[in-house]
Design a protein around this ligand. Structure first.
Ligand code: ATP
Length: 955
């Protein structure tokens, strides 16, 4: 059995406590129950060696983190019923005043961390480069060795022995030395007043962040052992990286503000609803609240008095979806999603924050709002009360309506009473709410879906086998490129002739295979062939719906097309080319919802799936919409897609018509999923039909083209760019369509910056740092931005000279998964870099998240992965962020590039994911790898150091 030091074992203990909290069992106190959980569940989650239960418990006792009385074990943690939480911190007044370190986490905000870093028995670890909270951080210049001393001081009155010095997860650029061999394992006596230096030395060839977690283990007579840890980092960075650094130390949000006092709510002032709303509301939208007993069942868990309701819930969730349980199953899932959302929203609560008065509104900084954390749209509301009154009962809370959202700020309309009371620096506690509208719309859709007639659409078993044309369909193609692709032509023909009716027609395939252009062609053909057809074209997101609109109005005059946008969307975000056909009234400066009569003049209406709910409320005559098309259907969960087809407007009674869905089951999945309650079904309608309905399944003769078309020819990307997505996600079925003439996909193959000519991918390794600033939960990495800017300058300044083809900002896209990185990259290119900011069209260079690039393409794509600390990988998984643990995002990001792909990231961290590892190996084998060396390695030591970092022993 390997030996564990107290520090190591107590780290495992802390993780176990976290595990108990995450799984809602922090109240378990019976030693034997805990032992079973530890042995059977906790230890099985890691391949790393772990101490046995008694050893772990002993360590927690020694470090005063647990009380053990007989068979009862009581961990010293705050209790709360919540899933994993990125903000929650145990709260005390002392902690609030702890100065945050230069960047990153506020380290001593967890009791476990404070315990690990604090001096003990008179022994202190110090350095001239102390940043507080256990962090030592010193600057270094590439090519110049730099050495700093870390001092071990015995300020006590008794002799102590330094038994062991350990440096874990150490960057190879950073090393430790000392005169008497403590670093090599020799023990060392430290007399009272004694001081012993250990030298940290860094030599690097490139900019980056080189760090190690070090621990000093001591003993003291008669039998005391203790340890002290530090996070040591050497940082080499350019002026640009410094300028982009944290604007203020990171401060996590405060813990939730739940009061058990009587509350009086003062209503606020909603945004001016100058929305001209003439659209009828004939089908009411219910509230669809979840029953309180459901929440109790979840809180009580499976082995309690609620066990029978728990079992009933599980059996419904585990039952296959059928027409008979359709409504019940989705209703339950939507309720569970809402309960999860209620838990999630609490983590955004704020305490002691100030607002600024701007005319009749108060402006509140809400870091993270741009990343939808929390999600706030115009018209939503939150609550604020005076911090000084937080313990009053009754408590007066003010409802504030969101009038607008600007990056990290929201403008709020509160009651005039609060406005009058308001003075500068008045402190508020703020609690957030979420809009229930999307949930309500989906609830109603699943209710409507069970009405007779629709099951032949949702659970189709056959088609009418009758074409809507008496003769053959001989189209005049709008997009003549399609003529060269038999599958695309057949799909359009089958959709327009309606042979799958009543079954929906599915188009699926990997990225860039022409799903959207095929659907758009079908829409245009339906519009041409059936003069009485009314088409509803939907997509899950505004950007995908905009794209549909852009493609349609290339051939159909905008006056025939109506892009119905929700009033919560800022008009500034609407692309200028679709503005002529959207529901914005310039004169009134507001959106308009026209009456059914007026809407019926448009034969093509384009909305997001949720906004299609507004058309459901209007109650169009049965069969009004003869055709429903859903693009990116693989990215919406089923109840969301149902909104478009389950209303009165569904095409079930029309003699023409049909519905069509396109998507890539391996694209991004929808967000509703309740997966954190592990009951999970985030499946889309497209995926369900493909996986479970015989009409759409592959037989020995392939797919039945009357119901489904699989597109496999990729027209978008250079072969080298497609290779890994094809191998990882598409079983190498994807085929690269070659072109005879000048092919844009080969444009960059001779670019001099390529590590290997002919291979238009660069993987530039960077050993950077995940940073956060102020109260924003989002991450950024300045070392990666330096590298991105280097390549952008090369691309944009060449102006077609030398081997670099002429490329303009609008032909380049930069994808990063974190909002803060997106913001910093924009700042770097539009405000900080002297050359890039001068370019007249630099604002057309799109920087955005993967979701914002869904369905889009650019000749050049740069990706910044940000993650440089593997600790956060689990965090990302929990909060559905980042690239790691999310292969769908990796797939979507890579496949946006046509001719050149540049990925900037930390190879050591990325290689922990097997998809990324494959991509890294590929780039290395093909000669496309450059930058910080990528060496495959991985030791148990690494894992332990990761675990230390998991306790946030780092800046
Ligand atoms: N038959 C074709 N001939 C030539 N180019 C084509 C053809 N079909 C599609 N393309 C081109 O391929 C690119 C990708 O098409 P499209 O955006 O429709 O793909 P997609 O499958 O919807 O992609 P994604 O899954 O990423 O949304 C576009 O530039 C489109 O013009």
């Amino acid at each position: 059995m390997p030996r564990f030091s107290v520090a190591e074992a107590s780290l495992w203990g802390c993780q176990f406590v976290q595990f108990l909290q995450d799984t809602g069992r922090e109240q378990t106190t019976l030693r034997e129950t805990l032992r079973t959980i530890y042995n059977q569940e906790f230890r099985g989650r890691t391949e790393a060696r772990t101490p046995n239960f008694s050893c772990m418990l002993f360590a927690l006792r020694t470090t005063h983190q647990v009380q053990v009385r007989g068979d009862l074990v009581k961990f010293k943690v705050k209790r709360h019923v919540v899933v994993a939480d990125q903000y929650r911190r145990a709260r005390s007044n002392a902690q609030t005043s702890v100065a945050a370190s230069a960047s990153g986490q506020q380290l001593s905000s967890t009791p476990q961390m404070a315990e690990l870093i604090r001096g003990k028995h008179g022994v202190e670890i110090t350095s001239d480069y102390d940043q507080g909270n256990g962090n030592i951080r010193f600057p270094v210049v590439p090519g110049e060795p730099q050495t700093v001393a870390v001092l071990v001081q015995n300020r006590g009155t008794e002799v102590v022995t330094l038994q062991r010095f350990q440096a874990q997860q150490q960057a190879r650029e950073l090393s430790f030395t000392d005169e008497q061999g403590a670093v090599q394992g020799r023990s060392l006596l430290l007399h009272p007043g004694g001081m012993y230096p250990i030298q940290a030395r860094c030599l690097t060839t490139c900019n980056g962040h080189f760090s190690a977690v070090v621990s000093f283990e001591f003993t003291k007579e008669p039998d005391v052992s203790f340890s002290i840890s530090r996070y040591v980092a050497a940082v080499a960075e350019s002026q640009l990286a410094k300028d982009l650094g944290p604007s203020a130390p990171f401060q996590p949000y405060e813990a939730s503000l739940q009061h058990h006092v009587t509350v009086i709510t003062e209503d606020g002032i909603p945004p001016d609803s100058s929305l001209k709303n003439e659209l009828e509301r004939e089908i009411p939208l219910g509230t669809y609240q979840y029953p309180k007993s459901l929440k109790n069942t979840i809180l009580l868990g499976p082995n309690t008095s609620a066990s029978s309701s728990w079992a009933a819930m599980r059996s419904l969730l585990e039952a296959p979806l059928q027409a008979e349980n359709y409504y019940q199953k989705f209703q339950l899932l939507l309720h569970l999603e809402e309960i999860q959302m209620e838990v999630d929203i609490r983590r955004y609560d704020m305490q002691d924050v100030t607002m600024v008065q701007e005319r009749a509104l108060l402006v509140l900084d809400v870091p993270g709002v741009a990343e939808n954390r929390p999600s706030l749209l115009r018209g939503d509301h939150l609550f604020a009360h005076l911090s000084s009154e937080r313990d009053h009962s009754p408590l007066v809370r003010y409802k504030g309506y969101v009038h607008s959202v600007e990056l990290d700020r929201v403008r709020l309309g509160f009651s005039s009473k609060l406005q009058k009371k308001f003075v500068k620096n008045l402190k508020f506690d703020v609690t957030f709410t979420f809009s229930r509208l999307p949930l309500q719309v989906q609830h109603r859709a699943v209710v409507l879906a069970v009405r007779p007639g629709l099951s032949s659409l949702l659970f189709p078993s056959a088609s009418c086998h009758k074409s809507l044309f008496s003769g053959p369909f001989q189209p005049r193609w709008f997009n003549r490129k399609l003529e060269t692709n038999e599958e695309q032509c057949k799909a359009v023909t089958h959709i327009v002739t309606g042979v799958s009716r009543p079954a929906p027609y599915l188009i699926f395939g990997p990225p860039g295979t022409g799903k959207t252009v095929t659907m758009v062609e079908a829409i245009k053909q339906v519009w041409t062939c059936f003069k009485d057809a009314h088409i509803l074209a939907c997509a899950p997101s505004n950007s995908a719906a905009d794209l549909l609109c852009q493609c349609i109005i290339k051939d159909i005059a905008p006056q025939n097309v109506y892009r119905l946008i929700a009033s919560s969307r800022s008009y500034r975000e609407v692309p200028t080319d679709i503005r002529p056909c959207c529901n914005w009234d310039d004169e009134q400066s507001s959106y308009v919802y026209p009456s059914k009569k007026r809407l019926s003049h448009y034969r093509i209406i384009i909305t997001t799936l949720v906004t299609a709910g507004r058309l459901v409320s209007a109650n169009f005559a049965p069969g009004f919409f003869s055709h429903v098309f859903i693009d990116e259907c693989g990215h919406a969960v089923e109840p969301e897609s149902i909104v478009a087809i389950a209303g009165e407007q569904c095409p079930r009674t029309t003699p023409t018509g049909g519905s069509c869905a396109a998507g890539a089951p391996r694209g991004l999945s929808g967000l509703v999923g309740s997966h954190r309650i592990s009951l999970g079904t985030g499946t889309s309608l497209l995926e369900r039909l493909m996986l479970h309905n015989p009409l759409y399944q592959k037989s020995s003769g392939g797919y039945d083209p009357r119901f489904i078309t699989k597109l496999l020819w990729n027209y978008r990307s250079h072969e080298a760019i497609l290779r890994i997505p094809n191998e990882l996600f598409y079983d190498n079925e994807l085929k690269v369509c070659r072109s005879n003439g000048l092919d844009i996909r080969n444009l960059f193959c001779t670019w001099e910056e390529l590590p290997k000519k002919g291979f238009p991918i660069i993987f530039h390794g960077v050993c950077g740092e995940d940073q956060r600033e102020a109260k924003s939960p989002s991450f950024f990495n300045t070392a990666e931005i330096e590298v991105l800017v280097h390549y952008l300058r090369k691309l944009l300044q060449s102006r077609g000279r030398g081997s670099c083809p002429s490329v303009s900002p609008k032909e380049i896209g930069i994808i990063s998964p974190y909002r803060k990185q997106v913001e910093k990259i924009r700042k770097a290119i539009t405000c900080l870099d002297p050359d890039l900011q001068e370019l007249p069209d630099i604002s057309q260079l799109k920087v955005g998240s993967v979701e914002e690039f869904q369905g889009q393409e650019r000749p050049v794509i740069l990706i910044s992965t940000v993650r440089s600390c593997s600790t956060y990988i689990q965090f990302d998984q929990t909060f559905r962020l980042g690239f790691l643990k999310n292969p769908k995002r990796l797939n979507v990001a890579i496949t946006r590039a046509k001719a050149l792909l540049i990925v900037v990231g930390n190879p050591t961290v990325l290689s922990k994911d097997h998809h990324w590892l494959r991509f890294l190996r590929y780039c290395k084998e093909q000669g496309g790898y450059t930058g910080y060396p990528f060496e495959e390695e991985g030791t148990a030591e690494d894992r332990l150091a990761n675990d230390l970092q998991a306790l946030q022993l780092r800046v």
